[in-house]
Design a binder for this molecule. Structure first.
Ligand SMILES: Nc1ncnc2c1ncn2[C@@H]1O[C@H](COP(=O)(O)OP(=O)(O)OP(=O)(O)O)[C@@H](O)[C@H]1O
Ligand SMILES: [Mg+2]
Length: 305
């Protein structure tokens, strides 16, 4: 069982009569990449701000590595590195001088070797002597990550870090996040981009109008996607009544095209049943549900917990 690095328990934030977020609970394990997925205004930044103490929670508890942030804020926050808004740098100074400046302000002393290792990790070694004003957006984002990593945090928090990056910049960023997680750093990342979350995270929470509606794990998602098949048969009606015997989770008929969702173990039975009743199986394909589809069913399908 992996250690829990971050735990939120029933976190709510109200300003006046307005509820920004309500009863948010989730946890992030060691080495896990956890996503907050939701549209603009859903409450992602509010949740992140309440974790790092940038806003006061109205109710709820936050623990970082088991430390209650209300009991020992400094002790808890030392394990977090965060980029909340776009990181600010001195544009006319080199990347290295910027990092050294931040390192001086850090609670922990950062040796030159550690600094070099962090720069290597974010793949900026080649450009670290250049002025930040010459950096691309992607390079600035990576410099921001380097800054957040200076005090070797257990948890890295990134609020919409890939905003404005081109596909290559996004891919590089994904690789960086994966490497960090692989080496044991936990990452909490927010995004309104479904595809981004799908590619980066192990698990993610869907945030909608201030509420956490679901927590999904990527492996569950791919697993459930593998259980849905699209069939084209010679007699749709007859095939449907036969296949109903298998008690599928879902069976949709559209003429001679069927969509069936069922336990993977039952798949060989489909062909057997059809052949036995002399129904031709003209086509059978795995239906790969995208996260987008899943997101829409979860948020609009009325299935709100
Ligand atoms: N200080 C504030 N006072 C009143 N309302 C606020 C305040 N800060 C945020 N809100 C509101 O709270 C809601 C959630 O905002 P938040 O910034 O957390 O959303 P978000 O999910 O980060 O959105 P985005 O994807 O646009 O960054 C929004 O409706 C926003 O208008
Ligand atoms: Mg935000």
């Amino acid at each position: 069982m992996k250690a829990t690095v971050l735990q939120l328990d029933q976190v709510s934030k109200k300003i006046g009569k307005k509820t920004l977020v309500e009863n948010i609970s989730f946890d992030v394990k060691q080495g896990e990449v956890f996503g907050l997925l939701g549209p603009n205004g859903a409450g992602k930044t509010t949740i992140i701000r309440s974790i790092v103490g940038l806003i006061n929670r109205t109710t709820g508890k936050v623990h970082i590595n088991g430390i209650d942030i209300d009991q020992d804020f400094k002790g808890a926050i030392k394990d977090i590195g965060a980029i909340i808004e776009n990181p600010e740098f001195y544009m006319y100074m080199s990347g290295l001088d910027n990092l050294k400046q931040f390192a001086r302000m850090s609670r922990k002393t950062v040796t030159d070797e550690e600094l070099a290792r962090i720069i290597e990790r974010v793949k900026l070694t080649h450009a670290i002597q250049q002025k930040v004003k010459t950096y691309s957006l992607g390079m600035r984002q990576r410099l921001g990550v380097a800054q957040a990593l200076l005090h070797s945090p257990a948890l890295l928090i990134l609020d919409e870090p890939t905003n404005g990056l081109d596909p290559q910049g996004m891919a590089e960023f994904r690789d960086l996040i994966r490497e960090l997680a692989h080496s044991g750093t936990s990452v909490l990342i927010s995004s309104h981009l479904l595809s981004e979350i799908q590619q980066i995270t192990d698990r993610f929470a869907i945030i909608n109008q201030g509420k956490l509606t679901h927590i999904e794990s990527m492996s569950d998602l791919t697993l459930s996607a593998h259980h849905k098949y699209r069939l084209v048969v010679s007699d749709g009606q007859k095939a449907a009544s036969l296949l109903a015997q298998l008690e599928p989770e879902q069976l949709i008929i559209d003429g001679n095209t069927l969509e069936i969702a069922l336990d993977a173990e039952l798949v060989p039975q489909i062909a057997k049943l059809l052949v036995h009743s002399e129904i031709d199986l003209l086509e059978m394909a795995l239906h790969q549900a995208s996260l987008e589809e899943r997101f829409l069913t979860l948020t609009n399908g009325g299935d709100t917990k």
